[in-house]
Design a protein. Structure first.
Lengths: 173, 155
């Protein structure tokens, strides 16, 4: 599943915050424990929340519609599934070309993430992509193709050497 | 671990199309041609072995009103474990990777407000003695892909 969207303005975000009710928070708190492996998992969760199964399923659907839930399903550990190399490739892109370049790079299936981020002193890179692959050579090759497709020549590959933490956020705790 | 063909098809299904209905596992079994019990047993094994990290809702932190940023810093090689322990002790730090670069520690922080986010970064500076933390919040998102095709990947 792929999502493309522009970052929203803070004022709009504040509006979003206001409409998260205490009941919604309780539902989110419980949902983030994951789906129990029982025949009727929504029923099991709904009981804890003193709701009906239908009410809970409808709530989940509404959270998906308004974007609070980005995806409903399994999160898989990619390191266990043969994606041995993970390279963050950072690009120094002229300001006026960032949007166009970001869209082109996002179109590559090998690119899992693509974001614009701020520059810093000594850090000229303002576009970040993540490439997952079976080897470093594969990642380097994809980076070359991205460079050729966009004309951006100043870039750097940062390979990960250790995953020090990977966890799911727990909201409203 | 070994994943057979049914495991892979099941993984693809539950990543993208977890059924939002009263008996989702029975529905998945129907699609795969196996019983509900077998779906439950396979999911349990995939969770126990760590292939499935989580089964359920993936929330959009911004839509829940949370603030977050990617951070990066230079840590001397002999201090990596100790500094990682400090950083990882915060529940809002969800990812932390060591990368091959002068700026070698890369982590993400989420907090319920911008103030709280600043507070966490302040505590990290204080407890590690490392002042220089590069804050790299996303300014525009072009793509987030949260899952992969497990049927076509090489093992």
């Amino acid at each position: 599943m792929i999502f493309h969207f522009r970052m929203e303005r803070q004022s709009q975000l504040n509006e979003v915050c206001k409409i998260i009710t205490e009941q919604d928070k309780k539902i989110i708190l419980t949902l983030q424990n994951g789906m129990p492996l029982v025949s009727r998992p929504f029923q099991a969760i709904a009981e804890k929340l003193k709701m009906t199964e239908d009410e809970l399923i409808n709530k989940v659907r509404s959270f998906i519609t308004d974007g609070k839930i980005r995806r409903f399903g399994a999160t898989v550990r990619h390191f266990d599934l043969g994606f041995a190399a993970n390279a963050m490739v950072v690009w120094d892109v002229p300001e006026e070309k960032v949007s166009e370049t970001g869209r082109i790079m996002a179109g590559f299936k090998e690119v899992s993430h693509c974001y614009r981020r701020p520059r810093h002193p000594g850090w000229p890179y303002n576009l970040f992509t993540v490439i997952h692959g079976q080897s470093r050579e594969y990642c380097a090759d994809i980076a070359k193709r991205l460079s050729r497709a966009t004309g951006i020549k100043n870039y750097s590959l940062l390979y990960s050497t250790a995953e020090l933490k990977k966890s799911s956020m727990r909201y409203f705790e | 671990m070994h994943l057979d063909n049914i495991d892979r098809r099941l993984l693809n299904l539950v990543q993208e199309n977890f059924p939002l209905e009263p008996e989702p596992y029975r529905k998945l079994g129907g699609i795969l041609g196996v019983g509900e019990d077998e779906v439950l047993a396979r999911l349990k094994r995939l969770q126990d072995e760590g292939v499935i990290r989580r089964l359920g809702a993936v929330f959009d932190s911004r839509k829940l009103g949370y603030s977050g940023t990617l951070c990066a810093m230079h840590v001397e090689p002999d201090r990596v474990d100790e500094v990682a322990d400090v950083i990882n002790s915060f529940p809002g730090v969800t990812h932390n990777y060591l990368r091959e670069h002068q700026i070698n520690m890369w982590f993400t922080v989420l907090a319920e407000s911008r103030d709280k986010l600043g507070e966490i970064l302040g505590l990290i500076r204080e407890r590690t003695g490392i002042e220089e933390i590069m804050e790299l919040p996303s300014e525009e998102v072009f793509k987030i892909r949260v899952n992969f095709d497990t049927e076509t990947s090489a093992y």
